[in-house]
Ligand binder design. Structure first.
Ligand code: GLN
Length: 283
């Protein structure tokens, strides 16, 4: 039987020969083996000599192989933490990103009526809508997505986190069929990556995450944001629209917003200092 120490070494060697650069961090071997054995990374590192059952070793090796092929850890483990809660994810949904937690923080900073109706466009895993339902316990959420697969994942997450009653998941384009006059806040992390950037993107993202969630259908990075703002004229005066945006998009988002009848109130940077959350108000 191979020991924990031997399996970690094998995993590190496999990672060093990975199909993409930079290769996975070698500490991910301990994370993956820990998940197989139900141990923390620290426990794994402290138990070098412990033998590992062949079935467990085989599962670990299979995971190492997937990771060396570029598959994100979140898909291998089937989960990712977001704003302090665990969300189940698979290849039907974008993996929740730390920068999207800024979007949550900014929504929570907006004054809202006592029982707000919040609309989310592009629910994906449900991480935004379900987090808001958990944080704002009097809020009602409507979350839309074009992808039936994503809505199934979101439904599972809403159920696991006890938010089913307050999160309505709707399969539609943007907010077709939803009465915007009744909405108190709109939030979205829409697809905003320009297709021309695909070549420079990490293969971990580009080869594994859903393109529907990354790239607007026509190819230009601002297409979905512009379409969303252009179709949102029925929002009441003063209603806020909070959008996650891409690097370098703030100016263009501001002019789209102006043209569609919105004011840019603020732009908040992510951990890398990139303006990432645009706060707009309906004029
Ligand atoms: N932040 C994501 C990325 O760069 C993109 C998410 C999105 O398009 N909404 O991979």
């Amino acid at each position: 039987m191979a020991t924990i120490g031997e399996l970690l070494l094998r995993g590190k060697a496999r990672f060093a020969a990975a199909a993409f650069a930079p290769p996975p961090a070698s500490r991910e071997t301990a994370l993956l083996l820990g998940r197989v054995l139900g141990l923390s990374e620290a426990q794994i590192l402290a138990r070098d000599e412990r033998p590992v059952e062949p079935a467990d070793a085989a599962l670990y090796q299979a995971w190492i192989e997937r990771r060396a092929g570029g598959e994100p850890v979140a898909y291998i483990l089937g989960e990712r933490e977001f704003y302090g809660r665990v969300f189940q994810v698979d290849s039907r949904v974008l993996i929740p990103r730390p920068e999207t937690e800024h979007l949550i923080e900014q929504v929570l900073a907006i004054p809202l009526p006592p029982r707000p109706r919040i609309l989310e466009v592009g629910a994906g895993s449900g991480c935004i809508a379900v987090t808001l339902a958990c944080e704002l316990t009097a809020a009602r959420l409507i979350a839309t997505d074009l992808s039936a697969g994503a809505l199934a994942v979101a439904r599972g997450n809403a159920a696991r986190l006890g938010a089913t009653d307050r999160v309505a998941l709707v399969r539609t384009d943007l907010f077709d069929g939803i009465r915007l006059e009744t909405i108190d806040l709109l939030v979205s992390n829409p697809p905003y990556v320009d297709r021309t950037e695909a070549a420079e993107m990490s293969p971990e993202v580009c080869n594994f995450e859903p393109h529907l969630a990354l790239f607007p259908p026509g190819g230009g990075g601002l297409e979905t944001i512009s379409r969303l703002l252009d179709s949102a004229a029925a929002l009441r005066h003063g209603v806020r629209v909070l959008l996650e945006i891409g690097r370098g998009q703030l100016e263009a988002v501001e002019s789209s917003a102006r043209a569609a009848g919105f004011d840019l109130l603020a732009a908040h940077p992510d951990y890398a200092g990139i303006p990432r959350v645009a706060v707009l108000s309906r004029l």
